[in-house]
Design a protein around this ligand. Structure first.
Ligand code: SAH
Length: 463
């Protein structure tokens, strides 16, 4: 994927309002096409690799510029003809203009290129995709704003807090979209105001809805800036009448001046405090603030594959680092002797422990700690797991963690990554510690229509 800040220019070779012609050679992390003039990158909305476009320059920065397509001189056969423009301009689905097969190929190539860049010769398998790569998200967090005197729900235009009204989010479960629009209509009917970030007046900031993919249990949360949600009981009655799947209706207060959507304070107005859903034969309890994978179908594929690659056996001692709510720990626990999870977010650890009890899983232990620190501690104490799983955030692993794993000397080290750039960087260090990559790197498409790509990579100690 293109990075803007590698080469430095004394003077940009383009100026604002100039028109240039060029071929699209890459896609950025935001899903924009990249056209290069004297190696200077121009980021162009709705332009895909292989296309030749006439571009009008809209903005020039020191090391890159932005442009828009004036004419498409050559169209890519991979272009989707009738594309949802809102999905693209808002950034909901920045790759929606690219045919799904091409999206999968692009993600595979991207992983290949990143390994090549660090001089590692690895085989990257074709990306495992979804059968239906739309309407997969089980959760929506939708901003609420007054637009032209009316309460609207939608999506912020890329890089702004300017709300574009949207009803169908293309990659979200249609039942989740429906729950949001029904809630919006009820708020309109009852004349409840939207919160205004500038004047700091008004009530509703966000609507959150999540629905169990397997359980079909639905939760609706209204996030307000005010302590009180007006007509809460009436809203509950109306929601119940229109949403037969509703299991939980919650009022959440967030009166902080921040981009964080949910506050810490919840009140259940109607129904249960939590909903349930199943993942890999385990039942998970999901509260309004709980983290839960947003694409349960691919998550199951991803973690099942990771567990298969680990070739687990009943005597194994396993470590799951960056364990979150314990999805990996709990799903492999039945197959092994014991699993330790380490995770830094306290609420996630509490959810993991709750889910262990709820599923009567006793051979697991979760530690709330910084993963590198805890791993070094375990290594120093002589903990010798047979298998280590890591599933770090985008910034990847640290040298301390890699050295701790090396000291633990497991038979198998499975790296689940959501950022192939840090994966490739870390792979160099892991190999320097005496490991080798075992079998092909496997990309999976956890977030179709976006530029994200997940991978599973297995490392084994060199013989
Ligand atoms: N497998 C997990 C998700 C992993 S996402 C699940 O299914 O729930 C990465 C996790 O790493 C997040 O839960 C994040 O809170 C955690 N994390 C981030 N930095 C960390 C650190 N320094 N130490 C431990 N955990 C960390």
């Amino acid at each position: 994927m293109a990075k803007a800040n590698r080469v430095y220019y004394t003077k940009a070779p383009v100026t604002k309002n100039q028109e240039i012609e060029g071929e699209v050679v890459d896609i950025t992390y935001q899903g924009m096409g990249v056209v290069k003039i004297e190696n200077f990158p121009i980021f162009v909305s709705d332009a895909i690799p292989g296309e030749v476009v006439k571009v009008g320059i809209t903005k020039v920065q020191k090391n890159f510029a932005f442009g828009r397509v004036v004419t498409r001189l050559k169209e890519s056969p991979n272009r989707v003809k009738e594309v949802d423009q809102v999905a693209i301009t808002t950034g909901i689905a920045p790759l929606a203009n690219l045919k799904y097969e091409a999206q999968l190929a692009f993600k595979q190539q991207q992983v290949e290129q990143l390994f090549k860049k660090v001089n590692l010769d690895v085989t990257v398998n074709p990306t495992i995709g979804m059968e239906n790569p739309t309407e997969y998200r089980n959760k929506a967090q939708v901003p609420v704003q007054e637009v032209n005197g009316r309460l609207e729900t939608g999506f912020y235009r890329r890089g702004s807090h300017h709300l574009v009204p949207v009803e169908h989010f293309y990659i979200q479960d249609p039942k989740v979209d429906e729950a949001v629009t029904i809630t919006r209509d009820i708020l309109r009917e009852l004349n409840i105001s939207a919160y205004n970030e500038e004047t700091k007046r008004g009530v509703v900031r966000h609507i959150m809805a999540r629905r169990g993919f397997y359980s079909h249990e639905l939760m609706v949360v209204i996030v307000t800036n005010t302590k009180r949600l007006p007509e809460a009981e009436t809203i509950a009655e109306k929601l119940r009448a229109k949403l037969p799947e509703l299991k939980s209706f919650i009022h959440n207060i967030n009166n902080h001046d921040t981009n964080v959507i949910m506050g810490q304070w919840n009140e259940t107005i109607w129904g249960a405090d939590e909903i349930h859903d199943q993942l890999m034969n385990k039942d998970f309890v999901i509260g309004p603030n709980s983290f839960y994978q947003v694409n349960p179908q691919t998550t199951a594929k991803l973690y099942t594959l990771a567990a298969e690659k680990a070739e687990l056996s009943s005597t194994d001692l396993v470590v799951d680092a960056y364990s979150g709510i314990g999805t990996i720990t709990l799903s492999v626990a039945d197959q092994v002797q014991k699993v330790y999870g380490v995770e830094v977010v306290e609420e996630a650890v509490e959810d993991a422990e709750k889910n262990a009890r709820h599923n009567q899983i006793k051979n697991v232990e979760f530690i709330k700690a910084d993963a590198p620190e805890q791993m070094m501690k375990w290594a120093a104490e002589g903990l010798k797991p047979n298998v280590v799983f890591v599933d770090p955030p985008r910034k990847g692993l640290t040298s301390e963690l890699i050295q701790a794993v090396s000291a633990m000397n497991p038979e198998t080290f499975v790296y689940i990554s959501c950022n192939p750039a840090t994966l490739a960087r870390d792979a160099v260090e892991i190999i320097a510690e005496g490991f080798e990559i075992d079998g092909p790197v496997q990309p999976l498409d956890q977030f179709p229509q976006t530029t994200h790509v997940e991978t599973v990579t297995v490392f084994k100690k060199q013989a």
